[in-house]
Ligand binder design. Structure first.
Ligand code: DAH
Length: 345
């Protein structure tokens, strides 16, 4: 009888489980307190015949030890859980995810694209590896123009019997003008953002590659006044409504007349400072009326259509907006420099 009870209790104790510490304590009282089930066995033990006492006594002791160990084990489990739980602070903000930043050149390119998109310009694209025809010949460059020289242009391949078949890295985005005009009849209103290459020593002020945005508008009755007004709008959108512009006569093979545009110095507002070399003006782009020779070379009737073009250097504008002193910063990928543009839009 007693042996069976011991065995039965032993099986229960081995399977013992409690949902929490309170339940565990209740179970401990049920089994191990003075009036608990195991202690009760001792009462019965007294009535056991002498020859069985040794064996049963041992079994009861074993059961007691087993139960004590089991309770200790369960209690330890709860303690460990508690410790673990107190380690996890679910109110703590998550570790911040480091966001990358936009490259300053991308930021400014996007700003310029947005400004022209608002007045109906669409984006056109062309190859960076280009033939002489589209970079120079169709744009009215004379055969002996210095820009065609090895000193200025990177050649991929040369063709002595026909220079128009030379393959070069484009030295300006004006090549996209030729591409678009040869396949499209006016009206044409495009901007062409892209990378250009020139055979220059790399210094703080010059690089062998940089970025330009070319603009082109061809339609009936397009005049220099249209060009001037669009450029004024552009300058004021980019540098603020107080900005003034100034057009100085210049020369480009593909425009006639040609001009270079200055904006009033964004640092001193035109009064004159060291940044604008006391002139009150800083140069930002080249522009002009598309030369009729260019229109004809691209298959557009210059007696019906006229147009204007302009070319902006993206690095130049970025330098002016963010006062970057050294062009090389743009291509060195130094995160300390790039991180400065984290809040820029
Ligand atoms: N292609 C010229 C350059 O790289 C910039 C330029 C000047 C573009 C006048 C034009 C323009 O479209 O009309 O320096």
């Amino acid at each position: 009888m007693l042996l069976e009870k011991i065995e039965e209790l032993r099986a229960r104790v081995a399977e013992l489980k409690a949902a929490d510490e309170e339940a565990l304590e209740a179970l401990r009282i049920k089994y191990l307190s003075k009036k608990g089930e195991i202690s009760q066995l001792m009462n019965e033990f007294r009535t056991v015949p002498a020859e069985q006492k040794r064996e049963l006594g041992q079994k009861i002791n074993e059961l007691k030890n087993l139960a004590t160990a089991r309770f200790a084990e369960l209690k330890e489990g709860f303690k460990a859980q508690e410790k673990q739980a107190s380690k996890i602070d679910i109110t703590r903000p998550a570790a911040p995810v480091e966001l990358g930043t936009r490259h300053p050149i991308s930021l400014v390119r996007k700003q310029i694209i947005d400004i022209f998109s608002r007045i109906g310009f669409t984006i056109a694209d062309g190859p960076e590896v280009e033939d002489d025809m589209h970079v120079f010949t169709m744009l009215n460059f004379a055969a002996d123009h210095p820009a065609r020289d090895m000193q200025d242009t990177f050649f991929i391949s040369t063709n002595p019997s026909d220079v128009t078949k030379n393959v070069v890295l484009r030295s300006h985005t004006s090549s996209v003008q030729s591409r678009v005009m040869e396949r499209t009849q006016p009206p044409i209103r495009i901007i062409c953002p892209g990378r250009v290459y020139r055979n220059e020593a790399i210094t703080a002020r010059a690089h062998c590659f940089f970025h330009q945005i070319e603009g082109l508008y061809i339609d009936k009755n397009v005049s220099f006044a249209d060009l001037k007004q669009v450029l004024l709008y552009f300058a004021q959108e980019l540098f603020g409504p107080e900005t003034k512009i100034r057009l100085r006569p210049s020369y480009f093979p593909f425009t006639e007349p040609s001009a270079e545009m200055d904006v009033s110095c964004m640092l001193c507002g035109g009064k004159g400072c060291s940044f604008c070399k006391n002139t009150g003006w800083v140069e930002i782009l080249g522009c002009g009326m598309v030369d009729p020779n260019v229109l004809e070379a691209c298959g557009i009737d210059s007696t019906v259509y006229s147009g204007y073009a302009f070319g902006v250097g993206v690095e130049r504008i970025t330098n002016l907006k963010y006062m970057v002193k050294d062009l090389r910063m743009f291509s060195e990928n130094d995160v300390r420099f790039l991180d400065e543009f984290v809040a820029a839009k």
